[in-house]
Unconditional design. Structure first.
Length: 524
């Protein structure tokens, strides 16, 4: 609030994982909004944003907490949200996240990440999006610290990073994080996330940014944008007393009321010198300023963000806002179709009836619609969503990865099978010799060979009976002008072994996912 803020000599930047680096707040809002609709409560972004701060408290004050335990709501949303993130990890990154972290690394500014949810889950999100190696410290909402806007989380972070408040900057994207930073007298850049930035936020922060790319612009150019150069032009300075400054401010607002750009300049200059005067007259902040604020002021106009050095960034950010805007008109149409599993939210049966979504394709599709804010009903022609270039590229990379993995598996299995054949031929005399060890080895080999060939015999003889152009088993292994009988059998064994390998892989994957889901659900 009324303390001098700067971006000079910054040693630590404190970033928010939820809505700052990753688009988690919007996804949580979309999901929770549909839960609220099934209980006849209309959730707005403003109400949801005010509740952000800690997973233990954020759902407590909503009317549906009378019907559903807030802990159960949190478990449901967080579990399904993480499953969704595993399906599309790159798409949950906010615009400019990688560039911002790289910028801070180049400037040798340490990076701390704050999450409103579990520290372990925050680390998992960072690992999933390949950001974990770029940060220096992570703290979540499951610690013993009081929830935001209490200052405990930020103070703990400063202690761990061995940093003074004046040497740190918080990139806040929701009010409770901003209020906590103000109480600690930490420099703040406010990042627009769920809602338009309220005018009351302006005096509390150093600058306001629309996306992470614009934060880079602020660090690059803000030091040249000092308000001191406007002092002689507007007649305001830090040498005035507050009463004189207020009168000058009111006069300028009246004089330039028809010029919105000048009005913004006057406001910014006024708040700058007001902070200078307050900082000179008192070293502490009026703590009453951080009490609950009930007055919501009109959003700041778009011109507030205009900057000659960042026009390209702004144009890109506007496109991002337009592209990511949810289809709110269709929300009302799908409340009945999306959440028909009302029994999931009744008493203790909630935790018993939850199942992992990874094994249910219909559940996956439903979840992706819920979290993305898309309608489950048929959209109009103009509302159809097209895949972005990044998503198409990721899908192509995924298909290429599967193909390479398949070829690799076939090659490895083929080499092992061929090596096994060579070993068998080399030790055939020993295997055929009478004896206990040789007899056991021979029995195992005969059982395996007869089992595989019997399976092929049943398959090809059955197919030959149905489709005459498919050869029967005897004709298949009889050899041809290209391959001998031994070579044909070797190919059949390789195919069988590849199938066995993929069956084992699938079983292992299902067991691993089931254990991970059970462990995560137990922790939540």
């Amino acid at each position: 609030m009324f303390y001098k803020q700067t971006i000079n000599n910054i040693k630590v930047v404190i970033l928010s994982l939820d809505g700052g680096l990753l688009d988690l707040n919007r996804l949580r809002f979309n999901y929770f909004k549909r839960i609220c609709k099934t209980h006849n409560f209309e959730l707005t972004k403003d109400i949801f944003e005010e509740a952000l701060g800690n997973m233990k408290t954020m759902y407590n004050d909503f009317p549906i907490s009378k019907d559903i335990n807030p802990d159960d709501i949190n478990k449901l949303i967080e579990r399904d949200l993480y499953e969704y993130a595993k399906l599309k990890p790159e798409t949950i990154k906010k615009e400019g996240t990688d560039e911002l972290l790289q910028f801070f690394k180049q400037k040798e500014i340490k990076i701390a990440v704050v999450s409103t949810h579990k520290t372990k889950r925050a680390i998992q999100y960072l690992q999933l999006t390949r950001l974990y190696d770029k940060v220096d410290f992570v703290i979540g909402g499951d610690s013993d610290n009081l929830p935001l806007p209490d200052t405990a989380v930020l103070k703990t972070t400063l202690e761990q990073m061995n940093c003074k408040p004046s040497e740190a900057i918080v990139i806040a994207n929701y009010p409770n994080l901003l209020y906590a930073a103000n109480q600690c007298l930490i420099n703040v850049i406010y990042l627009s996330d769920l809602c338009l930035v309220q005018e009351s936020i302006g005096p509390r922060v150093f600058k306001i940014a629309r996306n992470n790319l614009e934060i880079i612009n602020i660090f690059l150019f803000a030091r040249y944008d000092t308000m001191e150069i406007f002092s002689p032009l507007l007649g305001m300075s830090s040498d005035m007393d507050i009463e004189t400054l207020d009168k000058t401010y009111a006069k300028l607002l009246e004089e330039y009321q028809n010029d919105q750009q000048l009005i913004e300049l006057v406001r910014n200059t006024y708040h700058y010198f007001l902070g200078e005067i307050a900082n000179r007259e008192a070293d502490t902040v009026n703590t009453s300023l951080f009490e609950d604020e009930d007055v919501i002021v009109a959003p700041v106009d778009d011109e507030h963000f205009s900057n000659p050095q960042s026009i390209a960034t702004l144009e890109k950010s506007i496109e991002e806002v337009l592209e990511s805007e949810e289809v709110s008109e269709t929300d009302n149409e799908i409340a009945d179709t999306v959440f028909k599993r009302e029994n999931l939210y009744q008493d203790d049966e909630f935790s018993k009836t939850r199942t992992a979504i990874g094994c249910d394709p219909e559940r996956v599709n439903e979840l992706m619609d819920i979290i993305n804010g898309n309608s489950g009903t048929k959209l109009e022609e103009g509302e159809l969503f097209e895949k972005s270039n990044d998503e198409i590229l990721l899908e192509k990379r995924g298909l290429l990865s599967y193909f390479i993995n398949f070829v690799y598996t076939v090659i490895v299995v083929g080499l092992i099978s061929f090596l096994g054949l060579i070993i068998f031929i080399g030790f055939e005399d020993f295997i055929q010799r009478p004896g206990i060890v040789a007899g056991i080895i021979k029995s195992i080999i005969d059982f395996y060979v007869n089992l595989v060939l019997s399976i092929y015999a049943v398959i090809f003889n059955s197919l030959n009976a149905l489709l005459s152009f498919i050869p029967d088993y005897s004709s298949l292994i009889a050899g041809n002008g290209l391959l001998s009988t031994m070579a044909v059998k070797l190919v059949l064994f390789i195919i069988f072994n590849v199938i066995i390998v993929y069956i084992v892989k699938m079983i292992y994957l299902l067991i691993t996912e089931a254990e991970e889901d059970d462990a995560n659900f137990a922790e939540d």
